[in-house]
Write a protein that binds this ligand. Sequence first.
Ligand code: DMJ
Length: 867
Amino acid sequence: MSEAGGGRGSGSSVPQRAPWSLVAATAALCLVSATSVWPVGAAPMSREEKQKLGNQVLEMFDHAYGNYMEHAYPADELMPLTCRGRVRGQEPSRGDVDDALGKFSLTLIDSLDTLVVLNKTKEFEDAVRKVLRDVNLDNDVVVSVFETNIRVLGGLLGGHSLAIMLKEKGEYMQWYNDELLQMAKQLGYKLLPAFNTTSGLPYPRINLKFGIRKPEARTGTETDTCTACAGTLILEFAALSRFTGATIFEEYARKALDFLWEKRQRSSNLVGVTINIHTGDWVRKDSGVGAGIDSYYEYLLKAYVLLGDDSFLERFNTHYDAIMRYISQPPLLLDVHIHKPMLNARTWMDALLAFFPGLQVLKGDIRPAIETHEMLYQVIKKHNFLPEAFTTDFRVHWAQHPLRPEFAESTYFLYKATGDPYYLEVGKTLIENLNKYARVPCGFAAMKDVRTGSHEDRMDSFFLAEMFKYLYLLFADKEDIIFDIEDYIFTTEAHLLPLWLSTTNQRVSKKNTTSEYTELDDSNFDWTCPNTQILFPNDPLYAQSIREPLKNVVDKSCPRGIIRVEESLRSGAKPPLRARDFMATNPEHLEILKKMGVSLIHLKDGRVQLVQHAIQTRGFVASSKPYNGCSELTNPEAVMGKIALIQRGQCMFAEKARNIQNAGAIGGIVIDDNEGSSSDTAPLFQMAGDGKDTDDIKIPMLFLFSKEGSIILDAIREYEEVEVLLSDKAKDRDPEMENEEQPSSENDSQSAEQIASRSQEIDLVDQESPEESSVNSHPESLSPVDTDSAASVSSSEQDSNPVENLETTSLDGECTDLDNQLQEQSETEEDSNPNVSWGQKAQPIDSILADWNEDIEAFEMMDKDEL
Ligand code: DMJ
């Protein structure tokens, strides 16, 4: 890290450089280091080529910024297709996306420090004058607190940081007297009423003129906010406090972070996507590193870097450990449930998570950063851009792309860490794609659909704030930038805050931080980043060797549906119905639902709800002979009309089911042969078919671990007859059973229905062929545009779901037909420990339906949050 010049001067100009706190210096080291030599591997890029690409970035920025200034300013954003400004209220509302627009010339403010990074000092000076002259922060408009903080407050502070740097240098900005900082302070005070909650979590929206409470404010009734919305304030607020000496901002942001930390799910150490700002209850309990949470994690680590406060690193490390344990499934990052972190919450990833490899570089965890980045790059190579959401088998899930910068950000940080010219080539591709597919005569237009190349009349301000900064810096040598970039930290909007703030105005009390953390086992925490000087020069092919196995991970994945549809067309069979194709008005589709025991209710607001009927089978139990049920039963008269008990093992579940069905059983209970196994300790799982068509199996089957199974076996030993109710609604069943006449002691029968309460039922009546089933995958959901007109049925991960056609992708990139996979799983399962075998993540159908609803909410939320 280089030494910056000392400082004095007016107001809050650059103070005398304090010695760096060790924490800030070590963490920041992760960003620098290996750019120097790259002896082998990808061909090094010549200085000329890098300069050429840098110039191309400059030209592209001019095209975007110039058109904004010419055709849109002072509006918040440029509409590049119609070549005019987007003024809120004058255009059809786009919903919550518009909450970023506060009639405060958003794009200009967001672009301020980019101008300096791109060496456009003169333009910066002009832009600052325009902001001071034209921007009004007191408009009667409801804005997102989160967006206003990261884009506007951050933009003003970034502008101020570089204005005082330039002034210090003595050539530009000599007239500057902290005016941007005064504006930032004014805006900071305008945002403070949002924190008027008992929890200290901010309301998601505020009226710039009227605040929250007044009737004119038209906001303040919200109960929920996203975790990132509440947890992405500390950098800007602390910087504001430290620049101005007004500690209140840092205090408020700290309080919100403290509350989120308190509310983390204590056993998984994960946080949900949305939280009730009054009660602190998690409203959405899914957890990932993308939409809704992303920058909360980013700010914990960066707050440690900027403020030198160990507690932030401890929190970050605790969360990071949980992320790597549950969410990271290299190269994928998959959302899970905070209470059930082994359970994936969906089968798709959103584009916002592309920032995460960059954060991992800052943390010093290079390997998974390289892996995820490589996976993302392959998705980009396939679709030219990162679609807003894509599935685990890399199909487009949500086809928009609003020119997001996260992938460029990670590319930059990976290049800084590895010095591998491969990342320069990646950057070159990004530039080419932007020019080829997004460039229009009046700027750059967001992609409406990456598959068709269609555009949206939208150029978000973050495109100028972040994309050009990271792309320019990627190709720039030290001498191409007029200041030392390593003296600054990037906010989530890529605004620059000087690291010297770590030792300035440290007057905010760090409430309880030390006592709170003494209980944490931090023995595994990394307090420093790996020294990449050592890491890479020793093995210059290190990064390449990590990428190599993933080279074709996307290409080799299965284009879900297409092959199946073609195959089934050839064979004359009907292609399976996909969730996205489901029509609530199509009788055939409804019939499929009916077969699943699911009916559809039309809600008043146009949405549809799926309700599953409890499936119940009631009967006396009888042991089958042979007890393993693997061959024709020798005691069909004993099991006829009864629920047959069978021992697990030796053959497929489906085979057992067929044998007892042929003997006339009305259901089956498979009891685990692993002595001592229990649903208390073993993860729930679902029995799968045998890889063949199981439509012939009409009886319900239940699996019980040994402990629960022994309740039935003991009961049989004690009583002559034991009656059992198989149901997927065990908990709801009690009153019904209570009303039934209890078996008399004369006939010695006993109800054992309670044993089913934690077991999994598989209703093979409803089970479609295994190729239409899935393990560990999750429901598809509707994109918001679909919700009004058509219902999209969850393609559940349960193998009993006929709606979704699926294959899964193995991590070595090979397509794995689920038939085979299930067969393999079933085969191995028969002899293996259920605690560690297939289907561990399976869920009961009602939980799937709940998840499906959550997915719909997730999309709605994604739309709202920060997309
Ligand atoms: C930016 O505004 C910020 O990076 C934010 O943290 C996430 N989303 C956008 C860009 O995609």
